[in-house]
Ligand binder design. Sequence first.
Ligand SMILES: *Cc1c(COP(=O)(O)O)cnc(C)c1O
Length: 340
Amino acid sequence: MNQSPLPYPPRLKLALTPTPLEPLGRVSRKLGPEILLKRDDLTGAEVSGNKIRKLEFLLAEALDQGARTVITCGGAQSNHARATTAACARLGLGCRLILRVPDPGDPPPPSANILLDRLLGAEIVWISPAEYDDRAGIMAREAEALAREGKKAYLIPEGGSTPLGAWGYIRAVEELAGDLAELPGGTSQPLTIVAATGSGGTLAGLSLGVKLLGLPARVVGINVAADRDYYLAEVGRICSGAARTYDLGVEIVPGRDFEILDGYVGLGYAVSKTEELALIRDLARVEGVILDPVYTGKAFFGLRAELKKNPEAFGQRIVFFHTGGLTGLFPKAGQLREIL
Ligand SMILES: *Cc1c(COP(=O)(O)O)cnc(C)c1O
């Protein structure tokens, strides 16, 4: 990876990488194709999950700009907010989180990621869903307030899904190519890469990485919010921004270079159906791997449903990115209890 041909921007080493690529043997035999898990849930403890790969690049820029505090935003139980807080604490930076809750006057108790945010020293500003629509404006005003105290702030949009953040998953594809080289068939065997899609930066980086490295891979995002049209546009925008900013010499065509598999949002963002939780339970018991209810559980639910309809839908080899989110199970304890 040191002699990489890709023009990486400066990066901090914050994630435990390379992460393992592990076969899901029993599930593969049941569903048909070979399914491998890229264990990005193992990128660390406090910083676990996919966001830290993006933050390695984003926080390098923050330090380079002389920032003292990082401001970011997300849902109340945001994994991105928790990973950002942990990384900031490691780097000696302040962290201010702008978090969306139904009623800012009655914020949720410190549980799961909120508990970790608090432990790690985040300042939390609670805002309503309506205010969240203007999150960019709110973050800008928070930055101005910090500037008046003499503290330079660095702003990270939702999920760290910017052209710079996408480098985290370009780099993950390069890492994956190294993993595949060790397997029968190597990097020349066609594969399908599947990932849960929330703010879009992971899928953007995966699409760019596959294109830049010329891997024979389909890239499929399974959206956990909004719809296909939204993500074709949003992920396309991040990709074209990165191609332009870093002069990558590639063009990502939405729908061709990456696909969005819609239909598995279920009851809504971060709301679980019993069938989705039952799949998380079954996979835990059969493979000893725990998915999360908000992202990977829904995406794997979608993957399994498609493979049941057509075992050949994604070819003979599938790499499913386990993007983390274990803490998301704790707020679901009540609902889970009924199926344990
Ligand atoms: C944020 C997140 C995703 C989605 O990644 P995006 O880059 O936002 O699309 C998937 N899984 C988990 C566990 C996440 O926290």
